[in-house]
Ligand binder design. Structure first.
Ligand code: ZN
Length: 294
């Protein structure tokens, strides 16, 4: 009996990565189908190796997390990919991504791409508010190789998925991590690939230095409305750090007296843009709640 991780499943067969780095094509035990168990990439399984070199999946561990798009189990980390330029950064999207990741129990990492496109120091400036807030920030360039070792280090021994707007360079980044991945990056191949992507199954790619990353960027359910509004502050690190000092327990950090979060904005411990985005997400949640209960 061997422990392994499902890398992908196609047509009832699953490719399972074993601890020694080998992969085995496996069938699930017949009972799984009867019980309606559907295995996902990322599932941690028990495999019985057969004489013909294939395997039978006999047990699957309970999932710690489950993403739907891409459908991957046990993702631990979301790498929020954002270009320093071309296209210009979308900070609201980035803050939304970080917040939703935290709310899902996933560890977010911020990866700035295309560092070669901005003047020296600019990339560091972009990352500074996040670094101060307590997020891991990596400044990379697929072209010059800057930051790739640091990114590999962040991905090591974890199951990760990349997320971010189109054009941020997610595919180039995967290719830069390992050219063997051969992801499409060209405009034409992307067009051709679009139809294919809708039917393609997710695959977890083993990284040369250890760790697995989903080949399909995703994490597209960026809805905050399932987050209770009083909890929103928990999922923005610099707000979470001070919100315990607010005078009122249910403080929404908007206009309540004695709000430690607003104090922190005023004295510069919380970046004003991050706070604005907190208010923006809070408003979304409230609008949703108002519609739901009216
Ligand atoms: Zn407050």
């Amino acid at each position: 009996m061997e422990q392994g991780i499902v890398l992908r499943g196609v047509g009832g067969f699953y490719r399972v990565l074993l601890p020694d780095g080998r992969t085995v094509e496996c069938r699930p035990r017949g009972r799984f189908r009867k019980d309606g168990v559907v295995l996902l990439a990322g599932d941690r399984v028990c495999v019985e190796l057969q004489r013909d070199g294939t395997g039978v999946i006999v047990a699957v561990d309970p999932r710690r997390t489950e993403l739907r798009r891409p459908a991957v189990a046990n993702v631990e980390q979301v790498v929020a990919v954002m270009a320093v330029a071309a296209p210009p950064p979308n900070f609201l999207l980035l803050d939304r991504l970080l917040t939703v990741a935290e709310a899902e129990g996933l560890d977010p990492v911020i990866c700035w791409t295309k560092a070669d496109l901005c003047p020296p120091g600019h990339g560091e400036d972009l990352g500074a508010p996040y670094r101060v807030a307590g997020y891991r920030v990596i400044l990379t360039s697929s072209r010059t190789g800057q930051g790739l070792d640091e990114l590999r280090d962040a991905l090591r021994d974890k199951v990760s998925t990349f997320a971010g707007p189109s054009g941020a360079g997610k595919s180039s980044l995967l290719n830069a991590l390992d050219p063997a991945f051969g992801r499409d990056t060209g405009e034409i191949s992307r067009k051709l690939g679009r139809g294919r992507h809708t039917t393609r199954v997710v695959e977890l790619l083993p990284l040369p230095g250890g760790g697995l990353v989903a080949d399909t960027p995703g994490f597209s359910q960026l809805d905050v409305r399932h987050i209770p509004k009083a909890e929103l502050g928990r999922f923005m690190r610099e707000i979470d750090r001070v919100r315990g000092e607010c005078r009122f327990p249910g403080c929404l950090h908007r206009s309540e007296p004695g709000c430690a979060v607003r104090d922190a904005v005023e004295d510069g411990r919380i970046h004003p843009r991050r706070y604005r985005h907190y208010l923006e997400l809070l408003r979304e949640i409230e609008e949703w709640e108002a519609r739901r209960y009216s």
